[in-house]
Design a protein around this ligand. Structure first.
Ligand code: M6R
Length: 357
């Protein structure tokens, strides 16, 4: 039930801190260490390459997961859109592990890949919010998101839950490989939960930013570099699906190779600047579009902020920034859609779970 909330989407955005805490609880043992199915660990250790298969928002969570698994657990990862993989399978490694990420566990495009890879005899792990779902039943292993039912068509809390579980999975694998790493995901997720709370407490701020940037426009750009690029792709999808504003999530450095031609007087460009080694470059990209008349907004992170930034996110562990930087993006989309009188929870042409290929 929505309770006092006008929309499920807003309720689900607000639930994210609780979901983080629930995940910590579910994935922590009595010694405050990570608790994870030993078979999943074994499957991770046995893989020479991981193939993440997903669609939409879950695909975007997979992009973040790739960074975790490669950087923390040091296993190469490919992330594929399910509907592409299923008709154009790449050359596989000798010992692949397939990870299916799906809120519903019912996405037909992903299931079609699972059927094919099972036929080839490859192991599969499903990360889902619905443990009894098709993808969960048919895979060898399941990790549960514990996000609670997600009703709004636009996925919010499932995305952050997917990222949190992928971080735990990556660190668990790294520990099992005795790799040197320096972060406790459970502790860091607790910090993330508090930061999320502080963001969801500032709804008026994001409502105002949404008004300033999206009230009139027909299109919008989100730009980022490195891990911010992963998040801006999700930001653009969120805005498109509920507000019907044509939006694109773009790699900051790639703009000048063509897309900058679309920038006109007043085009909204929202930049994420939460990554230290590309902080100056993304700001350079913002200047490039501002010089062509774009209406620019920079969302940065404590420690990297500069005067004039529209919003500064509180600091969290650098690998976990997507968990907090996505929250303003979700809220901006929500308010943009609301102000345009769109049906926030049930956008046109869309279903919550896509059970046809
Ligand atoms: O249930 P799934 O996670 O497999 O669904 C995948 C996509 O259909 C889903 O994420 C879709 O993109 C959402 N509407 C995005 O908000």
């Amino acid at each position: 039930e929505k309770g006092t909330y006008p929309h499920f989407m807003l309720k689900e955005i607000d639930e994210q801190p609780f979901v983080m805490r629930k995940i910590i609880q579910e994935y922590q043992d009595e010694n405050d260490e990570i608790k994870l199915d030993a078979n999943v660990r074994k499957a991770m250790l046995g893989a020479d390459r991981i193939y993440i298969i997903a669609a939409g928002t879950s695909y975007h969570a997979g992009l973040v997961g790739k960074e975790f698994i490669e950087k923390i657990a040091q296993i190469p990862v490919e992330v594929h859109v399910a509907s592409e993989f299923s008709y154009n399978m790449p050359l596989l490694s000798e010992k692949p592990l397939f990870i299916f990420i799906s809120q519903s566990g019912e996405t037909a495009d992903s299931r079609s890949v699972l059927v094919q890879t099972k036929e080839l005899g490859h192991p599969a792990l499903t990360i889902t919010n619905v443990p009894g779902s098709t993808l969960s039943r048919e895979a060898d292993y399941t990790l549960h998101l514990h996000a609670g039912p997600e009703i709004a068509v636009a996925s919010t809390k499932a995305y952050t839950a997917q990222i949190a579980v992928l971080a735990i999975l990556a660190v668990d694998t790294a520990k099992a490989k005795s790799l040197d790493f320096s972060f406790d995901p459970l502790q860091e997720l607790a910090i993330v939960a508090s930061v999320m709370e502080s963001l969801t407490d500032q709804k008026e701020t994001f409502e105002q930013i949404a008004k300033d940037f999206f009230a009139e426009t027909r299109n919008a750009f989100f730009i980022g570099r490195s891990s911010d690029y992963n998040v801006v792709q999700e930001a653009a999808l969120k805005l498109k699906e509920i507000s019907y504003i044509q939006a694109e999530g773009f790699a900051g450095g790639e703009l000048k190779h063509g897309t900058i031609a679309l920038i006109e007087e007043g085009t909204p460009v929202i930049a994420l600047a939460t990554v230290g080694n590309v902080n100056l470059s993304i700001r350079g990209n913002v200047q490039e579009v501002a010089a062509r008349g774009a209406n620019t907004c920079i969302i940065s992170m404590e420690g990297l902020e500069q005067e004039g930034d529209t919003f500064v996110l509180p600091h969290v562990h650098e690998l976990l920034t997507p968990l907090v930087s996505v929250v303003p993006m979700q809220l901006l989309s929500y308010y943009a859609a609301l102000h345009r009188d769109c049906d926030v929870d049930k956008p046109r042409n869309l279903a919550k779970s896509v059970t046809v290929e």
